[in-house]
Design a protein. Structure first.
Length: 225
């Protein structure tokens, strides 16, 4: 099956495929896109990507667990009409239920079920227990992943970044350092030449580094030529 082919060489989640290299340039960036009744809505990106590279999987395994949590005393906003991944977010419902747009969920490359601007959303997941996250708590896994396959366009970088999630912090302040708690993310992808790479234990930069990155100015999502 196409959507499971990325795991053909895997033994559990210990190794997704034969990895040729590790990228020291990858990191996480977060962009505050809205302050509303639901909370502070952030979008999280894998940043520092090479031109024409891509992300195929976001994962946690026994050696490198994945954690994305809200700050102390805070929780992720979860809308009852939304879902854990972008495949559950139908933008056609927004006029009838506007708050669904600000649900917290994970993805690769695209925000909604319709897959714009890629013409579809081929995201899948395996091995993740969503119960804590669905209730507003932390998203954690040491044996799971959300992923696309290497022939799915949505994994491709745009402005050297790939979107991996939207997180609305209920009761947040708009201060990234306060709104997020522990964050550690692992990704696997391919460079333009087809070489497979991993980025392990990626974290949100400290506040001073965020200022240098100019996260607030990340408003253009134009694909680099």
């Amino acid at each position: 099956m196409k959507n499971t082919s990325i795991f053909a060489l895997a033994a559990g989640m210990g190794s997704l495929v034969l990895v040729t290299s590790a990228s020291a340039d990858l990191g996480l960036s977060v962009e505050l896109v809205r302050t509303g009744a639901e909370g502070q809505t952030y979008r999280m990106y894998v940043s520092g990507m090479e031109d024409d590279s891509r992300i195929d999987a976001v994962f946690g395994n026994a050696s490198n667990s994945l954690t994305i949590s809200a700050g102390d005393g805070l929780s992720f906003y979860q809308n009852g009409l939304g879902g854990n991944t972008s495949t559950s977010i139908n933008s056609a419902f927004f006029p009838l239920a506007p708050s669904v747009e600000w649900d917290s969920y994970v993805t690769i490359g695209t925000l909604y079920q319709n897959g714009a601007p890629f013409g579809g959303n081929a995201l899948s997941d395996i091995g993740i227990n969503w119960s804590s996250f669905a209730a507003g708590g932390a998203l954690t896994t040491d044996n799971g992943s959300w992923y696309v396959t290497p022939d799915d366009a949505q994994g491709g970088e745009m402005d050297n970044m790939v979107l991996i999630g939207q997180f609305t912090i209920a009761g947040g302040s708009g201060d990234v350092a306060d709104d997020f708690g522990a964050v550690s993310v692992n990704v696997q992808g391919k460079y333009a030449d087809g070489t497979t790479f991993q980025g392990l234990n990626l974290a949100i930069p400290a506040p001073g580094a965020l200022a240098l990155l100019g996260v607030a100015g990340l408003v253009s999502r134009r694909r680099r030529k």
